[in-house]
Design a protein around this ligand. Structure first.
Ligand SMILES: C[S@@+](CC[C@H](N)C(=O)[O-])C[C@H]1O[C@@H](n2cnc3c(N)ncnc32)[C@H](O)[C@@H]1O
Length: 323
């Protein structure tokens, strides 16, 4: 593979496919491997001996770091138990940035603390001084786009859209309803990937996912104007991913700025875009009382009924250019 397989979903084993990617060619890797928890995949047996699983993980993690550019980022999603080993491998060859805790309740297991988060290990290959972009999520209590009520008398000093994202993500839920899922046991929500992509890449950058499943990372990259490369062992999952990508027409933008939507609201925006983006909001005249005002952006999008709906994969209309 002399040229990168840009915007392609390749069926095959990730180690064989990674071997064909040139070193230093990828901006960002996101990997969501099988967790070795006996999940029912079409063609993957999710039950290796612990020692085999970890040796396999070490092999593909090393390959993922090799293909990254010097300032590239790598994100590894898994349960904390396996991430402790991943961190051991990665500390030798990359630079730790964060352990992101993605809150997600699981069924009670008994005789143990209740696992309530997945981890996303975040490393950079080198120093990567300029790659990371701070991201914001909406205020928890005022979900109408900007802050309306004055909880605790602090409104004047709070950002009108919402706080900077920390390393604990509680506002993104797993896909709950079967009607919103593909026929895959552990599909991730696209807006989780969109947040990661917004904070770690620019338009045109290349995002690689060695365990693409039914295409979440590629879909998020496409909506955000990034390029993708996806590997997946199972032919049925590849087929679903390709069909979704083909059908996807939504560009996740407001004006010139890429943002992430979930249902009717922006769920992630970049701090560096706020000066331009704020023109699309009816911002309160702080400290004037503005109870009852509505955010222009959300209203306009709802009125146009052209909004991105995560529940199906039909082509979406792009919202008209907002005034
Ligand atoms: C946890 S799932 C990824 C789900 C994906 N993030 C999504 O949202 O759809 C792991 C995927 O890795 C695939 N897989 C397992 N072993 C693989 C291998 N050696 N090479 C490539 N893909 C593999 C499985 O078929 C499964 O779809």
């Amino acid at each position: 593979m002399n040229m990168l397989p840009i915007n392609e979903v390749l069926q095959g084993d990730c180690l064989e496919l990674l071997a064909k990617i040139p070193s230093g060619s990828i901006d960002c890797v996101f990997a969501d491997p099988p967790f070795n928890l006996k999940k029912k995949y079409n063609s993957h047996k999710d039950k290796l001996l612990e020692i085999e699983y970890l040796a396999w993980c070490k092999a593909w993690i090393s390959e993922c770091v090799r293909v990254l550019k010097d300032d590239g980022f790598i994100f590894l999603h898994n349960i904390p138990k396996w991430l402790t080993f991943y961190a051991g491998f990665l500390n030798e060859i990359a630079i730790f940035r964060h352990w992101i805790s993605w809150e997600a309740m699981t069924a009670p297991m008994g005789k143990t603390l209740q696992p309530a988060h997945y981890g996303i290990l975040f490393y950079s290959k080198g120093e990567a001084k300029n790659r990371f972009k701070e991201v914001r999520h909406p205020h928890k209590r005022d979900r109408r786009g900007v802050l309306f009520k004055d909880y605790g008398g602090k409104k004047n000093i709070l950002h009108p859209f919402g706080p900077l994202c920390s390393d604990v993500w509680s506002d993104i839920h797993r896909i709950r309803h079967a009607k919103n899922r593909d026929n895959h046991p552990c599909q991730l929500p696209p807006h989780l990937l969109e947040r990661i992509i917004l904070m770690s890449s620019e338009k045109g950058d290349v995002i690689l996912d060695p365990f693409l499943g039914t295409g979440t990372t590629a879909l998020a990259a496409k909506r955000l104007g990034r390029k993708f490369i996806g590997f997946e062992k199972d032919s049925e999952y590849c087929k679903i991913a390709r069909a979704k990508l083909e059908a996807e027409k939504f560009i996740s933008k407001v004006g010139d700025f890429y943002v992430s939507f979930h249902l009717n609201e922006i769920i992630t925006l970049r701090e560096c875009d706020w000066n331009g983006l704020k023109n699309y909001f009816e911002l309160p005249q702080i400290p004037k009382d503005i109870d009852g005002q509505k955010i222009k952006l959300r209203q306009t999008i709802i009125e146009q009924k052209s909004f991105f709906d995560v529940s199906n994969h039909k082509p979406h209309n792009k919202p008209k250019e907002l005034k």
